[in-house]
Design a protein around this ligand. Structure first.
Ligand code: UN1
Length: 515
């Protein structure tokens, strides 16, 4: 309790009030349903948050649109300067905010701080981008004509983020959206409202000091109803959604039906493939981090492991000994590698996965159960599992479903082609990783007959991407791209402008319209 209070007060979150305001639209408010922020490690209620009522939600969207009307006129490099100040303000609170991520989400301290670092990194990137969000000049076929492709701010961007990255994923969206001249409105996961309030305090502080409407970066906490209302609002131009395939399918359909834009980042069912020539001293720890890190709750977590038959038993025994050294612990304590799962719902996904393995006669090599002894009985601690399913059929649901939990499904292959076929046979297409020293394998893996995922790594695990490249997945992962690369191009509206500087008005394609 004392520790939680220290972290919260360092982030300007009052610890004495019974309930916190969970809505910001230039001013703090909140009179909707109460959300409880529960510490996954101890089960204690960290805070109670008043979420957005329907009228507060509509007012927040309206304020965002008003704010956009001014903000779009601010030159992009000046918007970049605001992002730079946000970067500085975040960096000044990096450790405190990282600790709050650990307290409220449950990931270990280095990963909590890493998430804030990811926000700082994308802010740097967006500052640069604010001077480089260029259109282009296209050659016209008509004399005295020019064609410009012009990017302009899009409008109001809603960001619906998940519990597992309660800071960084909003950061990717906010920084790019702000540099692009939009107003952004954030609907965080209902179970991580404190991270959202802390980040919004930091961001709004910068905006207010610069005389910019805080509604440029609004916050509406809430549950399903608030999420649905945001998604359905015709005043929201783009919905950037991170979450499950099931909810993403509904979001996609709903936004499409009103011809809004979506950016979807849905399930990952990511595989690592280990070739006979892989350096196991690098590959084993990478698979360990990929499958156990964040208690298996990254979109990019390693869920499937395909081992070449010649190294399979050695790889598994090395991986199992790393598992054997794994002890659950307080995510805030130095040296802890295994924190709790996030909440009861996350735990039930793990339990269902283990029950399915048992009922399908899969061999469970290690793990498979909760930690029930004190002090771990109050938190959501589980033993990460490695399993060898009986079936190799990738269409079987044991392989084809994403399970957001630390369970690693393993199979043995003879030829790389077989492993690539398995890699690609599932509906999802987020991340993938090949371990080899042979260039010929690399060529296959990254080429037309290679991995069909959005992230295709070589001697790098499936999780832990940097911000510079576009992040996202293909197929049922939703095809969205966030963060770096060309992702910014989705946060603007494009127009093709043909301008005639001449004294004639010829038609294109040589069409003549005179009788
Ligand atoms: C997510 O799990 O939603 O690549 C995002 C990674 C992190 C981001 C993950 N940089 O694992």
């Amino acid at each position: 309790r004392g520790r939680a209070s220290a972290v919260l007060s360092a982030l300007d979150i009052p610890t004495t009030s019974a309930e916190l305001d969970g809505v910001y639209d230039g001013a703090w408010k909140g009179s909707g349903d109460i959300l409880e922020s529960i510490c996954p490690t101890t089960g204690e209620v960290l805070a109670r948050v008043r979420s957005a009522s329907p009228s507060e939600l509509h007012a927040a969207i309206e304020k965002a649109r008003e704010a956009y009307k001014d903000f779009r006129l601010l030159p992009a490099p000046r918007r970049g300067e605001l992002v730079r100040q946000i970067r500085e303000a975040l960096a000044a609170k990096r450790d405190e905010l990282g600790a709050l991520v650990s307290l409220e989400m449950g990931k270990i301290r280095t990963e909590g701080v890493g998430e804030v670092q990811e926000f700082i990194d994308i802010a740097d990137y967006a500052v640069g981008l604010s001077r480089m969000m260029n259109g282009r000049v296209v050659a016209s076929e008509r004399p005295g004509h020019s064609i410009l492709e012009v990017p302009n701010p899009l409008g109001v961007i809603a960001v619906l983020s998940a519990f597992n990255f309660p800071v960084a994923v909003y950061g990717w969206n906010l920084c790019i959206s702000m540099a692009a001249g939009n107003a952004t409105i954030w609907k965080p996961s209902p179970s991580t409202p404190l991270c959202a309030i802390a980040v919004t305090k930091i961001v709004s502080g910068v905006l207010e000091r610069n005389g910019i409407s805080g509604a440029v970066a609004g916050l509406v906490t809430g549950g399903k109803d608030v999420g649905e209302a945001v998604v359905e609002s015709a005043d929201v131009d783009m919905v950037s959604f991170t979450g499950s395939e099931a909810v993403g399918r509904k979001v996609g359909k709903s936004v499409q039906s009103r011809f809004g834009k979506t950016l979807l980042e849905l399930g990952g069912n990511n595989a690592a493939i280990i070739m006979p020539d892989a350096d196991l001293s690098l590959a084993v720890p990478a698979v360990f981090f990929g499958s156990v890190g964040t208690a298996g709750q990254r979109c990019t977590s390693t869920r499937r492991l395909y081992l070449h038959k010649s190294i399979a038993s050695e790889f598994l025994s090395r991986l199992q000994s790393l598992h054997a050294s794994l002890k659950p612990g307080d995510p805030l304590e130095a040296g802890t590698l295994l924190g709790p799962m996030h909440n009861a719902q996350a735990l039930s996904i793990y339990d269902a996965a283990i029950a399915q393995l048992k009922s399908s006669d899969a061999e469970v090599l290690t793990g498979g159960g909760r930690f029930t002894d004190a002090p771990y009985d109050k938190g959501y601690f589980v033993r990460p599992a490695i399993a060898l399913p009986k079936t190799l059929d990738p269409r079987d649901e044991i392989w084809s479903q994403e399970r957001f939990a630390p369970v690693l499904y393993t199979a043995v292959f003879d030829e790389l082609e077989q492993a690539i076929e398995w890699n690609n046979a599932v509906p999802q297409g987020l991340s993938s990783s090949l371990w080899t020293r042979d260039l010929r394998n690399v060529g296959k893996w990254i080429g037309p007959a290679g991995s069909d995922a959005g992230i295709v790594n070589v001697n790098v695990g499936t999780s832990g991407a940097e911000i510079g490249a576009a992040f996202g997945g293909n197929k049922s992962t939703g095809w969205g791209r966030e963060s770096g690369g060309d992702a910014w191009k989705q946060y603007v509206r494009w127009s093709a402008c043909t301008i005639n500087f001449s004294d004639e008005a010829p038609l294109a394609q040589g069409v003549s319209f005179v009788s």
